[in-house]
Design a protein around this ligand. Structure first.
Ligand SMILES: [Zn+2]
Length: 150
């Protein structure tokens, strides 16, 4: 390989790396979930609470999607909520089919709110239905675990 080929190869590698970064600028992988948007500290808190649910959320055979958290500024959250016709929820909602949890940035204002809301949403994935009482029951266990470590 001559010098020109080598530099072309180097350029392609650089381009591939850049593209990779452009495609996933805000994805943080922690085990088998992703967090999109949000600040680093917000991501750390979500990540910690999500890890507290490890082993409780069943892997679904019908979906290969990783669990994904989407942190949105509150006004964007409200717009997204409207798009999903999910008006009953104030700060967060989940889509079980796509394994996505949408969080308003207000959820992450303090640790207690984050624990309460995120564990509740994860609770829906543990029991795999939309019944609030069932989700809360599952959420208590996640909260207990998360309180020890987050
Ligand atoms: Zn709920």
């Amino acid at each position: 390989m001559d010098h020109r080929q080598q530099s072309a190869l180097g350029w392609i590698q650089t381009l591939a790396l850049t593209m990779g970064c452009l495609l996933s600028p805000t994805l943080v992988s922690a085990r088998d979930f992703f967090i999109i948007f949000g600040s680093e500290s917000q991501k750390r808190l979500v990540s910690c609470i999500a890890e507290a649910s490890t082993g409780l959320v069943p892997e679904t055979s019908d979906s290969q999607e990783p669990m994904t958290f989407v942190i949105l500024e509150h006004h964007k959250f409200l717009a997204t909520r409207a798009a999903f016709h999910s008006y009953r929820t104030r700060l967060a909602f989940s889509n079980l089919a796509t394994r996505r949890i949408y969080l308003s940035s207000h959820v992450l204002r303090d640790r207690d709110t984050a624990l309460r809301v995120i564990a509740h949403e994860l609770g829906h994935f543990v029991i795999r239905d939309a019944i609030e009482g069932h989700a809360e029951f599952a959420a208590e266990r996640i909260r207990w675990r998360a309180r020890q470590r987050c």
